[in-house]
Design a protein around this ligand. Sequence first.
Ligand SMILES: Cc1cc2nc3c(=O)[nH]c(=O)nc-3n(C[C@H](O)[C@H](O)[C@H](O)COP(=O)(O)OP(=O)(O)OC[C@H]3O[C@@H](n4cnc5c(N)ncnc54)[C@H](O)[C@@H]3O)c2cc1C
Length: 324
Amino acid sequence: MTKDYEIIVVGAGPAGLSAGIYIARQRVSCLVISKDLGGQLNLIPRLENYPGTIMSSGPLLARTLENQYLTFKGEMIYDTVERIDESENGLTIKTNRSEYTCKSLVLAPGKVPNNLGIANENVFANKGVHYCTKCDAPFYQDRVTATVGVGGYLLESGILLSRMASKVYLIYRGGALGGDKEIISSIEKKENVELIPNTMIKEIHGNNTLQKIVIKDNQGLEKTLNVDGLFIEMGSKINLDFVKHLVKVNSKGEIEVTEGGKTAHPAIFAAGDATNILYKQIVAACGDGAAAGLSAFNYIEKMKGKPGIRADWKKTIGDTVFHY
Ligand SMILES: Cc1cc2nc3c(=O)[nH]c(=O)nc-3n(C[C@H](O)[C@H](O)[C@H](O)COP(=O)(O)OP(=O)(O)OC[C@H]3O[C@@H](n4cnc5c(N)ncnc54)[C@H](O)[C@@H]3O)c2cc1C
């Protein structure tokens, strides 16, 4: 039997759970459907930049957000959303195991970083191998690092690491770096950055943590580099196959949103890494998730002829306009 909710949230990463907290707290029926708890938070054993916590971890934050959501009587189901369609009374959500309907939807399916595809990569994940330079470069103050990746991601990684690490090996397959000319010229001037073109990473080795990488150039010559950290910046995958016929998706494969997480569909809101926001970080995902949740709540309240929680209340007394 199809179960009906006022609002459904897709994804239980920081964006989806924050949306859920804000929706459930308004005492409307809310279901979060997610493949897993936490999303990319599960890749963060050491979390230093989430405001309000001195030192935390991604999985701990995920459990805290989930508990907070459940406290407000929100419902949660672990399943994969396969298709969303418009229906007579709103939207129909087909999952791997069931079917649901709702009046409004918050999309927060996030993204998954691409890996390099070499042996041992998973073994050393977060033990020297990293997939988010802007998140993890600060752990490599005065240490030796290598970075490998594509286009602008690699350039950004090189710049960020050069500000922290004592040495940065910047490894790329082509003969020349691609991307912004000014950034390339700035990287070329850095004394602690060594450019290694026409090269790929063949092996990674270590004991408990990463110790060395073996690189191979396009002539077949191999070399071992001793490194403390390897940053892999191969972009990420956003999978919106289940909903891309209803919202507008940009050339990077992200859902286009405007203020309050509005999408091209009036009943669908979105937040987090799957959207066109500038900085893909937890605090931004939480803030935008809360906003998208409130927008979805306002949408259903408006359908019922109620005012909802407005962001733009104002009162005029004499010549003065008060906004609150
Ligand atoms: C290695 C790494 C380290 C990072 N370190 C930091 C850091 O230190 N500080 C920081 O601020 N940020 C960090 N980030 C970035 C941060 O993790 C993301 O910005 C944040 O998790 C985005 O949240 P989200 O909710 O949008 O997406 P995600 O965290 O990706 O969560 C998306 C959720 O949606 C679910 N989902 C996807 N598709 C479906 C579907 N079809 N059906 C059901 N469920 C679905 C997923 O299973 C997942 O649970 C890091 C990222 C990585 C990869």
